[in-house]
Design a protein around this ligand. Structure first.
Ligand code: MLT
Ligand code: MN
Ligand code: ZN
Length: 304
């Protein structure tokens, strides 16, 4: 199984259009060791021919252009695409807006939770993905589904939050329901290879910890280093917790949660522009690497 990180940044990308934080400013200035990043998406294939996208970022056109494996093959006709399916892990803009860039009349299958499918159905702009061309299928929880030949995806609910644009102040937890944020176990049954992809997650609870125990690869929510970093940098009034994202550091952070787990390879994805680990020479970067984590970058390839 081949995994390509198409985009390793959180919503907004890196640098973010409206952001003059020190990371974004230094990235714009071309500082070494601070690479730009597009928004959150992976591509997966078992044969190199058919590819499944895990999330469809607003930067998808640029990501496909940068990924020769995702280019149309002339021998398959004048119009075609190796992208055979898209699986979405939540309804956030960084994970669905790229669907609109796939609207050119080539068929693919779309899989998402009932709540995300409802959000797409309620936004008529997504009707450009006609049902005849782009069938939408509910991704059940806790049951593996074959999304393309030889590749299965099992979705499971993780602690999280409803998409920002669907938040309701009137209800508890902003109207979040189970399954608004899902993690994916992606498997190649023929080889037994499998990995977990969890780009948004508010906490590693006991259910999630026991699910991940023994995994050979987990790509996990690396949005923030500390819960209050966006407030501390004057970027936002929100904590990571409020945004539905666990932080890396701290007693309840992902570094601590994974320290107790047997996970062979652990990779942070969905990195926010405020995160100090984006700087290759930062103390925080050294700390996460010392703890056995890798920081994903655009174009990163992982073979399983
Ligand atoms: C998030 O991951 O918190 C979202 O991408 C936020 C957003 O929709 O901008
Ligand atoms: Mn996001
Ligand atoms: Zn910034």
């Amino acid at each position: 199984m081949n995994i390509k990180v198409l985009g390793s940044a959180a919503g907004g990308g890196f640098p973010q259009v409206n952001c003059a934080c020190s990371n974004c400013a230094d990235c714009r200035a071309g500082r070494q060791g601070l690479a730009p990043r597009t928004q959150s998406s992976l591509a997966v294939s078992t044969d190199g021919d058919a590819w499944v996208l895990l999330n469809a970022a607003p930067d998808l056109r640029q990501q496909i252009a940068a990924t020769p494996e995702l280019a149309p093959r002339r021998e398959q006709g004048a119009r075609s695409s190796p992208v055979k399916a898209v699986v979405v892990t939540n309804g956030d803009v960084d994970h669905i807006a790229g669907l609109l860039s796939l609207r050119e009349g080539v068929a693919f299958a779309l899989y998402a939770s009932p709540r995300v499918l409802a959000a797409l159905a309620a936004n008529s702009i997504f009707n450009v993905l006609g049902n005849g061309c782009v069938p939408r299928t509910v991704l059940p929880l806790d049951r593996a589904l074959e999304v393309t030949d030889g590749l299965t995806v099992e979705a499971f609910a993780v602690p999280g939050k409803v998409a920002l644009y669907l938040e309701s102040e009137a209800s508890s937890a902003f109207g979040t329901r189970e399954g608004d944020t899902i993690g994916l176990k992606v498997s190649e049954p023929a080889s037994g290879a499998a990995f977990y992809y969890i780009p948004g997650c508010a906490a590693v609870d006991t259910a999630l910890a026991s699910r991940l125990q023994g995994a050979s690869l987990v790509l996990f929510d690396g949005t923030l280093y500390t819960d209050e970093e966006m407030i501390a940098q004057g970027l936002s009034g929100k904590t990571g917790r409020r945004m539905g994202h666990i932080s890396m550091a701290g007693p309840e952070g992902s570094l601590a949660a994974f320290a107790a787990l047997d996970v062979t390879r652990r990779v942070y994805v969905h990195l926010n522009n405020s995160n100090p680990v984006l700087r290759e020479d930062s103390l925080e970067r050294a700390e996460v690497e010392r703890s056995g984590w890798e920081i994903a970058f655009d174009g990163m390839e992982i073979g399983l």
